[in-house]
Design a protein around this ligand. Sequence first.
Ligand code: PLP
Length: 354
Amino acid sequence: MTSPGELRRRTLETLTRQSYSLSRPDMVLLNDNVNLFGTNPAVAEVAERFDFSRLWAYPNENSDALRSRIASEFGVSPDEVVVGNGSDELIDMASKCFLNPGDKFCSPVPTFGMYRFYARVNLATVREILLKPDFSVDADALLAEDAKLTTVCQPNNPTGNLFERGAVARILSDSSGVVVLDEAYAEFCGSDMRREVMSSSCAMSMRTFSKAYGLAGIRAGFAVARKEVVDEIRRVRTPFGLNSFTEAVAMKALDHGKWVQETVSRMKAERSYLDGRLKALGFRTLPSDCNFLPAKCPVKGPPLVVALKERGVAVRDCSMFPLMEDFIRVTVGPRPMMDRLLAELEPIVQGGRA
Ligand SMILES: Cc1ncc(COP(=O)(O)O)c(C=O)c1O
């Protein structure tokens, strides 16, 4: 009998994905950059009024109501919006849509790993351009690659910084291929490059409800782009892609801008607190425009991450990224979570130094 492994596409041999599932339900999860200040109030409001008896029906094929609501919020037309199950699915769609086997895909690194993953699934040739030592983006080197698809994360995960606006604008305007601008963390720093994206012939701005909106569990994201780009993406989009409840919650969440702003302010206060306390423990933190803090450990990073996990706290190990040896990435949350992390870190750091 042939095993499924023998039938697997050859190119998948070396593709590995980090598993995010953690065994202990009581773990403090500071590893995935969600909004730890709570679930968006939209969920409770929609659940109260939602007609669950109509779930026998398919949802609206293109999530027209949500696209219209996003369009009015972002000052574009509904034809310039496409939605997906999280922005992850939109990155998947963009890769499927624009990358032929062998086409060149390029991104600055370190960055979010799923861009590379989907490029490789689609058999693209992957080129990665190292950030400069100050973690800024090398726009000239990126443009010189002349890639078919380029992704830029603004602000960048896992380094936490916003790239210089002019450099990103130049990548958007001067690329001959498609540029995906991933703005998953934009709400944490008020960044918005929609104008530059819309004036570029083949670019997309991707956004998510998973981070500042406090809705990672409903799986919703969207891309804003010129109609011609959206029309291409829709060729590979699954019909009925977004479920009805998700669509209703995402729409309602856009009415809760005040809640988003309040949790972002609370996050920023806790980020400064965490920054000070980590520095006092000997960590070198990077300035962050996101809801996470990258920090270079005063001891070896990977064993520290394992020891923390054994003590019930998960953080992201960044040692596998170039320029980030012995770095961890910590999602910022409410004070009790930050204090729990710090209490568990202290003996590990002291022990590591001994
Ligand atoms: C930069 C970036 N883009 C996209 C995503 C995926 O988000 P979503 O939950 O919308 O799929 C993440 C998740 O961590 C991320 O860090």
